[in-house]
Write a protein that binds this ligand. Structure first.
Ligand code: ADP
Ligand code: MG
Length: 693
């Protein structure tokens, strides 16, 4: 279906020469599955390699490229001895050195008596020049393949710069020529270059300015990405609006009785949100609504009201969550809450296999399951509903799901309620969800004490431990969150494990450890133990971030809090303060923090209002603060950085509105170009919608 022109850059990377299953797996870890995914992986730095004729012109410890004549091989005779190759650079002796070398490979790449260009860091060691593990050894005729300036890409363990670069360059040479899809008005306004030129420039930087955020080539691609995303949403909405949704019974008797039966009173905010939702549900337009509210503000119960309303109108309701831990938690809570209503609740996750899965799928299909809670397992092809009326998507960061849900169920148009994990400022929710309707819960349940947040230097850890000893006398439950060191779970895990051992020495068998590497089942068992047994401290990597609700937990300690983004800190803090006992959040930090880290911690101490924190987060996270972006909990784009590119949003929006009003089916020439854009950013789903009419 994709036009031929574009199709070629969507080939799977396994088709690249030299990419076998192992390398493919490594690239997959970087999110690279098809040729085109390379393009989104933009360099974060560059290095210069200087070519020198004469070794004495070159700087020691800099990257150089030298023409060497190979004289003699001195292979290593035992494992730890380096393999040396004696060479000459003009008249000066220099060695190439390899550790743990593969001898036959070296013999063939550096044949005796021949000349080669060798590039690497020039060292001076025991009165001798040497280059250890050169990054390039090339024949004279291939010299022009090596550039003086080379981009540096983010890697994953097991992949080298060289290999990424090699495939990157290969793919860049095969980019198709595509006609401009951005309106001239905007290409002029921002002085954008073409899509192709922008990509080529970004991947072949000449100076560091080519890589910074306000670089016009990256900005153009960010515009593209935002445009593709918003256009896709607009197309889907446009098509949904033409189709009638389901109109639910407007009689709320069952819901009202349910509200009365609750052990607590709903807040005014919750009731307002419910009334907005209920209005949508009883009209015959399809509801597509974002429910925003702080952690712990009680979004789930509001969603549940919608589900009950759906069921009392004769439809099923589904709730989709990102992990099976959460699915289980919701399953338990919701089953308990609706137990007096004789509603049949079912859970379906990736763990259901074979017989059990078949039975569950049958129940969903024949309607004997009414509320279905699950993970992505719910949108597998073989799951079909008897009559789905409402889909609730909880804590979802990847908004792609919403687009998929929007028309998985042909014929029936279920209402959709998306619950954001954290409050999102309007500019960002616009970017992420388009012009979706929004309800906000701004109050906390009555009787909740605001969490007290303090900060503490890591050097005062001893005091903290003493305080903990006091606390544990009254059977408090404590989360201890370990830092995100790098984007590598292995390293995170190490920090958490060390902390776990350390606390176990002090608190003996009161301590548990949980981390992302554990199988889901084990994670659940640990959470279960923490909640119900005599354990008081749960040491954790950031896995507990999303939605965990254990009322007994009253203290959260966040180690190296300076490394977390504001939104994430806020999200973590929301794990406590879920009952009427005073809760505490303790932010452990190193002594010399950066300015932004200080601002973040200060803000955390000042307020617990998630909407305020979200606004501040957007302000603080300057360009370049990559960690913040990744951790923000906001939907993430490949190239656009919403803390930086939000100024583009208005123009993108205007442009989308324009397109939708003039050429909603994208049939003009410009429309065809825009289709290319949608394909490039894998918004095929929008194009399918267009085709379906
Ligand atoms: P979130 O908005 O983070 O998803 P939840 O829906 O998980 O919050 O609610 C957090 C907890 O507060 C739940 O245990 C829920 O039962 C409880 N809760 C919800 N609304 C109220 C209320 N109005 N009064 C007291 N407790 C409430
Ligand atoms: Mg929740």
């Amino acid at each position: 279906m994709r036009p031929q022109k574009i199709n070629s850059i969507f080939s799977p990377i396994s088709q690249l020469p030299g990419v076998g299953p192992k390398i493919e797996g490594l690239f997959n870890r970087m999110g690279i599955y098809r040729y085109i995914h390379f393009l989104w992986h933009i360099p974060y730095n560059l290095i210069k390699r200087e070519k020198h004729r004469n070794i004495h012109e070159a700087k020691i410890n800099s990257l150089v490229t030298l023409k060497l004549k190979i004289l003699e091989h001195k292979p290593s005779r035992f494992k730890r001895q380096p393999y040396r190759i004696h060479c000459l650079c003009e008249d000066t002796p220099i060695d190439i050195v390899y550790f743990y070398a593969r001898h036959p490979v070296i013999r063939s790449t550096l044949p005796i008596g021949k000349e080669r260009y060798v590039s690497g860091k020039l060292e001076f060691f025991r009165n001798n020049f040497q280059i250890t593990h050169p990054s390039y050894v090339i024949k004279a005729e291939h010299l022009n393949e090596m550039k003086d300036v080379e981009p540096i890409y983010g890697l994953t363990a097991g992949l080298s710069q060289r290999i990424v670069l090699k495939y990157m360059q290969k793919i860049l040479t095969s980019l198709p020529e595509l006609e401009e899809w951005i309106e001239e008005k905007y290409t002029n306004k921002y002085s954008f270059h073409s899509w192709k030129e922008s990509l080529l420039t970004i991947h072949n930087p000449e100076k560091i300015e080519d890589l910074i955020n306000n670089n016009i080539f990256r900005r153009r691609l960010a515009f593209d990405e935002l445009l593709a995303h918003q256009l896709a949403i607009a197309i889907i909405r446009n098509s949904n609006q033409k189709k009638r949704g389901i109109s639910f019974d407007s009689n709320q008797k069952i819901v009202q009785e349910f509200i009365k039966s609750l052990p607590f009173q709903l807040t005014k905010s919750q009731l307002d949100a419910w009334s907005e939702i209920n209005n949508d549900l009883s009209s015959d337009n399809q509801m597509v609504r974002l429910l925003q509210g702080d952690v712990g503000s009680g979004k789930t119960i509001v969603a549940l009201l919608g589900m009950i309303q759906s069921i009392s109108s004769g439809y099923q309701a589904a709730m989709m969550v990102p992990t099976s831990i959460l699915a289980n938690q919701h399953f338990k809570n919701i089953s308990k809450l609706v137990s007096s209503l004789s509603i049949k609740v079912l859970i379906l996750t990736g763990k259901d296999k074979g017989r059990s899965r078949i039975e569950k799928i049958e129940k969903i299909k024949n309607g004997s399951a009414q509320i279905i809670i699950g993970t992505h397992a719910l949108i597998q092809d073989d799951v079909s509903f008897k009559s789905i009326g409402l889909v609730v998507i909880d804590e979802q960061h990847r908004f792609g799901v919403f687009q998929r849900m929007a028309f998985t169920y042909k014929g029936l148009k279920p209402s959709i309620l998306v619950m954001s994990a954290t409050p999102i400022p309007r500019t960002l929710s616009l970017a992420a969800y388009g012009d979706m309707d929004e309800s906000r819960i701004t109050e906390k349940p009555i009787g909740r004490l605001p969490i007290i947040t303090t900060s503490l230097s890591i050097y005062k850890e001893k005091n903290l431990i003493e305080r903990l000893k006091e606390k544990l006398k009254t059977n408090n439950k404590v989360y201890w969150i370990c830092p995100l060191v790098e984007e590598s779970e292995e390293i995170d895990l190490k920090a958490a494990t060390i902390r776990f051992e350390n606390l176990k020495n002090i608190f003996k068998n009161k301590v548990l450890l949980i981390h992302g590497r554990l199988p889901e089942k084990e994670k659940e068992e640990i959470m279960e133990k923490f909640q119900n047994q005599d354990f008081n401290i749960l040491v954790s990597t950031t896995v507990i971030e999303v939605g965990i609700d254990i009322k007994e937990a009253t203290t959260i300690i966040i180690e190296h809090s300076e490394r977390f983004g504001l939104a994430q800190l806020h999200q973590l803090r929301g794990r406590v303060g879920r009952n009427d006992i005073q809760s505490n959040c303790i932010l452990l930090h190193k002594d010399n923090m950066g300015e932004n880290a200080k601002k973040r911690i200060k803000k955390m101490k000042e307020t617990t209002d998630g909407f305020e924190i979200a606004e501040e987060d957007l302000k603080i996270r300057g360009p370049g603060e990559v960690l913040g972006r990744k951790q923000s909990g906001l939907p993430s784009f490949k190239l656009a950085d919403l803390s930086f590119d939000s100024d583009l949003l208005e123009d993108v929006r205007e442009s989308v509105l324009n397109t939708i009003s003039l050429d909603p089916k994208l049939i003009s020439k410009k429309g065809e170009n825009l289709r290319h854009l949608l394909y490039l950013f894998e918004r095929d789903v929008a194009i399918k919608t267009l085709m379906a009419g």
